[in-house]
Design a protein around this ligand. Sequence first.
Ligand code: HMG
Ligand code: MG
Length: 305
Amino acid sequence: MFKSLPSKVRIVEVGPRDGLQNEKEILPLEDKLEYIKLLSKTGLDTIEVTSFVSPKAIPQMGDANELFKAVDQSLNKDINKPCLVPNLKGLEAAMESGVSEISLFSATSDSFTKKNINCTVEESFNRMGEVAKIAQDNKIKMRGYVSTAFGCPYEGEVSVDKLLEVVKRFFNLGVYEVSVGDTIGVATPKQVDSILKRLSSEFDKNKLAMHFHDTRGMAVTNVLVSLENGYSVFDASSGGLGGCPYAKGASGNVGTEDLIYLFDSLGIEHGVDMKALVDASKFILEKLNKSTTSKYLKALLSNEK
Ligand code: HMG
Ligand code: MG
């Protein structure tokens, strides 16, 4: 073990988007902006800012236009600021706000996709095809997300062949990277090992990111298995916030603090300042009046008492 780990990783911070989308209480824009500004001081080079989705579907993201414009004015230009876009209407709004990178999203399962974006997987690719064409014409970078890659809340086990097909369709749209999502945190180490080996037999692992939710406490272990398989891009959420309103029982993303602790223990370079990250998490958790699900942060905070 630990012989073939990458020397360096890239973290995609999804706290302001995945972390907040499940929160019922709508936070003021100023608090979201301050949270993102604090995250930008940590050394993270990619912060997913918001979603240009229907405010009826995700009320928390109803301020996407104003928030993105405010963030764009405040943050260092070198920080990547992807935003979720589900359709042409979302793309138009994102472009009007000055977004230069979008995340397209679909899943392996029709049942989840219907609940999440009110269409089948096939229909979602037709929609995304139209979005991708305009995005490319306007030199907007694109990332792809495949949800329910390791299991679906409605259909249970999913076929790996189907996952490979969806990943391929994303690359055909022109995305630079596909994030493989364990939406409901059901993935287990042996399964992750086997699926990642299948994925890297067909695709360049440097173009695949792993997106683990920590519902059943397996996320850090699954990240370790991914590292062992040579994968080096990980989505995470500060303080372990997160979840998808359309995925029953899904809880937060793997905490960014927990990943930093793991990477430090393995001598893997990540470029993130833990103290600055903890400040950002403490700020947002206080605003949400929530306790953290990040094990590292929980331990740190209990020692501070
Ligand atoms: P729909 O109801 O089929 O859409 O929803 P529609 O085209 O019929 O429009 C309905 C209404 O929404 C209309 O307004 C539209 O104008 C409006 P009305 O006329 O009724 O007043 N609308 C919009 N408004 C703002 N921005 C838009 C937009 N589009 C339509 N872009 C739709 C389809 C896709 C819009 C909806 O289902 C939706 O927004 N879904 C988003 C759900 C979502 O954000 N889920 C969470 C993100 S995915 C995730 O978390 C997983 C991930 O983390 C990876 C993992 O963990 O697996 C990425
Ligand atoms: Mg997610």
